[in-house]
Design a protein around this ligand. Structure first.
Ligand code: ZN
Length: 160
C-alpha cells in the first residue's frame, strides 16, 4: 500500500547537513516509526513520504522552513543544571534535553556555570538545510486505537 493519511510507517534514515556530513542515522538500531498526517515528524519529510511504498529508497533535501525551523533570536535561557534531563555533565556545544512548559525539548549548551547552564533552545538543526536518505521498511493501516491516540503503537503497544 502507498503511504496516505493515518498510515503507520517504519523507515530507516540517514540525516546529512549542508556539507554532507552525517548528523544522525537509524541503521544501527530500530527503524523510526510514525503515523502519517499527525505531525509526528518534520513536515517536509512527511510531505515527501506521501505516496511512497515499502522498499522505496529516496533522498529529500529540506530548507530550514520545511525541516527543523529557522533560527530565532532571543531563545537563550539559563537553566539549573539539575533540571537537565538524563543527569548529564554539560559541556559547551553539547545537545541537552530540558523540560519546558511545552514539554521536553533539545537545546545547545552555550556556557556552563557552577549551578546553571546557558542554553540556546533553537533546535540544533534550526536554520540548516538538511538531507534525509530514506528507506521504507513497513507501511500498514493504523488500528482504531492508534487513530484515536494520534500516534502509532509499536510492538509493545502504547507508551502513555
Ligand atoms: Zn497510544
Amino acid at each position: 500500500m502507498k503511504i496516505e493519511q493515518d498510515s503507520v510507517v517504519r523507515f530507516h534514515y540517514r540525516l546529512r547537513d549542508e556539507s554532507g556530513e552525517e548528523v544522525e542515522q537509524s541503521h544501527d538500531g530500530e527503524p523510526n516509526i510514525y503515523m502519517h498526517g499527525h505531525r509526528g515528524i518534520t513536515p517536509g519529510l512527511e510531505a515527501a513520504l506521501t505516496g511512497k511504498e515499502v522498499g522505496d529508497v529516496f533522498s529529500v533535501t529540506l530548507s530550514p522552513e520545511e525541516g527543523f525551523g529557522v533560527r530565532e533570536e532571543g531563545r537563550e535561557q539559563r537553566v539549573p543544571i539539575k533540571h537537565l534531563m538524563g543527569k548529564v555533565k554539560p559541556k559547551i556545544g553539547m545537545v541537552v534535553s530540558i523540560q519546558t512548559d511545552m514539554g521536553p525539548r533539545q537545546a545547545v549548551v552555550l556556557k556552563v556555570g557552577k549551578f546553571n547552564v546557558d542554553v540556546d533552545t533553537n533546535h540544533p538543526l534550526a536554520g540548516k538545510t538538511v538531507t534525509f536518505d530514506i528507506e521504507i521498511i513497513e507501511v500498514r493501516e493504523a488500528v482504531a486505537e492508534e487513530i484515536e491516540h494520534g500516534h502509532p503503537h509499536g510492538d509493545v503497544g502504547c507508551h502513555q
